[in-house]
Design a protein around this ligand. Structure first.
Ligand code: AMP
Length: 273
């Protein structure tokens, strides 16, 4: 595996590898990230993974400085998974002193995570555009775990005619249903036991919707399920899958999305409906 930390090193790697599939990450890698790499390997292009904890997508009161970092562990996992290239830029490489450009995607970024975390999707869209410019991947793999992010990036690539194919990858879950996330490392033992209630509440809601129960009632029940499990729901919503606009009834393609706080940890999950 080639490890590139500077733009000249990345350029040399690009020249030796030819077209690649890119898996962007913020590190603290887990089996969810590895499933993205495995999906990318099936594309039969060499796989490049980037590891960059992007400061611009964190709010001022968020966890940027204490976000889990484990470079040695990440490199071992990338190599074992079969990556051809690890791209590990530093902050100055991504945001050089005189840079003056940011990317704003309206539409799908407006609500939910966008409303709770102002500026978050600007940071995501900007860093992903920069990564695409640096790595120039033929394809890029993103997890459905971050459903809204996936729609924002799909919109961005379409609107800017970027020559990269966006490939979604299903959510990788723990045996008890909890969606894998680097932030799960913040959960205490008791919180970890309570955390699968989010997936259970969403699963029950999807069943009830398919059973014909009224959407407003189903969403209300789901919020109650979360409260009973000790969570503070931020939102539980049925949305149009691409635009993220709320739906009042089951009109496909729809997605059930949710965010809830468990102690200090914000959990995200979503299901197809
Ligand atoms: P992150 O390092 O959290 O920024 O995530 C990097 C990529 O991995 C994003 O495309 C995420 O959606 C994806 N990802 C994170 N967790 C999972 C998971 N449990 N299943 C599938 N993809 C995931």
């Amino acid at each position: 595996m080639i490890i590139a930390r500077t733009l000249p090193e990345l350029l040399a790697a690009r020249e030796s590898l030819g077209p690649v599939a890119l898996v962007p990450t913020m590190g603290a890698l887990h089996a969810g990230h590895v499933s993205l790499i495995e999906a990318a390997l099936r594309d039969s292009l060499p796989v490049a993974a980037s590891v960059f904890v992007n400061p611009t997508q964190f709010g001022p009161r968020e966890d940027f400085s204490r976000y889990p970092r484990d470079e040695a562990g990440d490199l071992a996992k990338l190599e074992a998974a079969g990556c051809a290239l690890a791209w590990l830029p530093d902050v100055t490489t991504m945001y050089p002193p005189r840079e003056a450009t940011a990317v704003h995607v309206a539409g799908p970024s407006a609500r939910w995570e966008g409303a709770t975390r102002p500026g978050h999707f600007n940071g995501v869209a900007t860093v992903v555009t920069k990564l695409f410019g640096q790595v120039r991947p033929a394809a890029a793999y993103f997890g459905e775990k971050d459903w809204q992010q996936l729609q924002v990036i799909t919109r961005l690539v379409a609107d800017l005619f970027l020559p990269v194919r966006i490939v979604p990858v299903a959510i990788k879950r723990e045996a008890d249903g909890l969606a894998m996330s680097s932030r799960n490392a913040y959960l205490s033992a008791d919180e970890r036991k309570a955390a699968p209630a989010l997936y259970r509440a969403l699963s029950r809601a999807v069943e009830d919707m398919h059973g014909g129960k009224e959407t407003a009632k189903v969403l209300h029940n789901a919020r109650q399920d979360l409260a009973v499990a000790g969570m503070v729901p931020d939102y539980v919503a049925l949305v149009q899958a691409q635009t993220l606009e709320p739906l009042s009834g089951l009109l496909p393609p729809a997605r059930l999305i949710a965010a809830a706080k468990l102690g200090h940890v914000r959990l995200l999950d979503n299901l197809a409906v």
